[in-house]
Design a protein around this ligand. Structure first.
Ligand SMILES: Cc1cc2nc3c(=O)[nH]c(=O)nc-3n(C[C@H](O)[C@H](O)[C@H](O)COP(=O)(O)OP(=O)(O)OC[C@H]3O[C@@H](n4cnc5c(N)ncnc54)[C@H](O)[C@@H]3O)c2cc1C
Length: 404
């Protein structure tokens, strides 16, 4: 059986970007479809879910969706540092609960949610502009006609690729993770583990969720390394490497795997009748491969700009450009700076990582958080680069600002 529907806005992908776009657009009074290929929202978890409490509060995400973190521990082969904050500023999300809350907010605002609907292709008008998408549901083929389409399909960028607007990402991160129950967990401390044995181009992590549950994972930069993150994760868990040993007996609950683009902000994200947002637009901090807060924030901007354009009756690229202008102004220079630090980190040997941790040890908690969040405000970084007592720290901040 085939079905044909008409919407003002069609959002492809029920992740944080898609649900947030659908929420903002539906709130603005237009007719919105949010489309997800899986059986339910967040059926498959593809992320570790670390984010920042300030952003959680801004978005209105409920308190029972996250575990607060106030200690940040790092270890390299022969060094270790813990930076402690007085109040928790970071958080590990209950990803399923959070993503489902975001989708429910969209539904409450009036969006129609279609699950089990896999979008496969686009519909174009005589000028070649997108005017809808087609997909497959259990009941057969489905066609969605739309004035604007938002591609929030994440890494695969389904709509963007069907329009032949961009090829597959060349540089990306691959991550594997087990959510486990462990015997001994410090629930307000996260661990980042660096060096060749953990990951030759990336890092490993332990992120606590509360109730003695932690996520243990390995991320590997591609194409820099051909190591399989799943294999490496199994090896480090078997060896009980570094802080994994302290967790004691481990019982696996669930396996997660995902890919995240790392090509910088290379993609154009607005076209006639089309917006790209979230991972589909490459909006991620390359330093720690963090994208959830950008997906939510710019998802909302995309939904607002698209719905305003639909209400005005002009959905051309120029009318949608306010969206691209908004996110580039917010994060472009920060992401470029984070890319410079990532290039430095990817090349470090084990000895050099031991020394890098000595630099990290010098940072105050708020300096460290700005750094890891890629909050490289110019005046902030210049102050640090000029006034920090240790030369090595000054050099790191100078690198961020592009000085020798
Ligand atoms: C291993 C790993 C760890 C990470 N850890 C963190 C972290 O700790 N903190 C952080 O902030 N970020 C992290 N990220 C990044 C973060 O997960 C992403 O930036 C974020 O999920 C992007 O949201 P999104 O909505 O753009 O895409 P996604 O979350 O990927 O959502 C896309 C949705 O679209 C659906 N979809 C795809 N194709 C179609 C189709 N054809 N038809 C219909 N639906 C479709 C998918 O099923 C999915 O539900 C991590 C990424 C990886 C890979």
């Amino acid at each position: 059986m085939s079905e044909e529907l008409h919407y003002d806005l069609v959002v492809v992908g029920g992740g944080p970007a898609g649900s947030s776009a659908a929420f903002a657009a539906a709130k603005n009074g237009i007719k919105v479809a949010l489309i997800e290929k899986e059986d339910s929202i967040a059926e498959t978890v593809r992320t570790s879910g670390v984010t920042w409490i300030q952003n959680i509060k801004e978005f209105g995400i409920p308190d029972d969706c996250f575990n607060p973190i106030k200690n940040f521990s790092f270890c390299s082969p022969n060094n270790q540092v813990t930076i402690s904050d007085t109040i928790p500023r970071a958080a590990v999300l209950d990803v399923r609960k959070t993503y489902r809350w975001l989708a429910t907010e969209a539904e409450k605002a009036g969006a129609d949610i279609f699950v089990k609907t896999n979008i496969k292709d686009v519909i174009k008008n005589e000028k070649g502009d997108i005017v809808g998408v087609t997909g497959i549901r259990p009941s057969g083929k489905i066609t969605f006609n739309a004035k604007v389409v938002i591609d929030a399909s994440g890494f695969p960028s389904t709509v963007c690729k069907a329009m032949e607007f961009a090829p597959q990402w060349e540089r990306f991160g691959a991550g594997a993770e087990y959510e486990v129950k462990a015997e001994n967990v410090d629930s307000d401390t996260w661990w980042l583990m660096v060096g060749q044995e953990y990951s030759p181009a990336g890092y490993a992590w332990i992120f606590p969720l509360g109730d003695n549950i932690v996520r243990i994972g390995v991320g590997v930069g591609k194409p820099e390394s051909n190591v399989d993150p799943t294999q490496r994760l199994k090896e480090i868990m078997q060896k009980k490497l570094g802080p994994i040993k302290k967790l004691g007996k481990i019982t696996e609950i669930e396996f997660h795997y995902g890919l995240i683009p790392n090509d910088g902000l290379s993609r154009k994200t607005v076209f006639n009748n089309l917006i790209l947002v979230g991972d589909s637009a490459g909006q991620a901090n390359p330093l720690v491969l963090e994208g959830i807060r950008y997906a939510i924030k710019f998802g909302r901007v995309a939904g607002k700009v698209a719905s305003d354009a639909i209400i005005d009756g002009n959905t051309g690229e120029k009318a949608l450009y306010a969206y691209e202008e908004n996110w580039r102004k917010d994060i472009e220079s920060k992401i470029n700076s984070a890319g410079k630090v990532q290039d430095r980190w990817i090349g470090l040997t084990d000895d050099e990582w031991d020394k890098e941790l000595d630099i990290i040890k010098e940072l105050k908690s708020e300096e460290f958080i700005d750094f890891i969040k890629a909050d490289f405000g110019l005046s902030n970084m210049l102050k640090l680069a000029t006034h920090h007592p240790k030369l090595a720290v000054r050099q790191l901040f100078n690198l961020v600002k592009g000085k020798k």
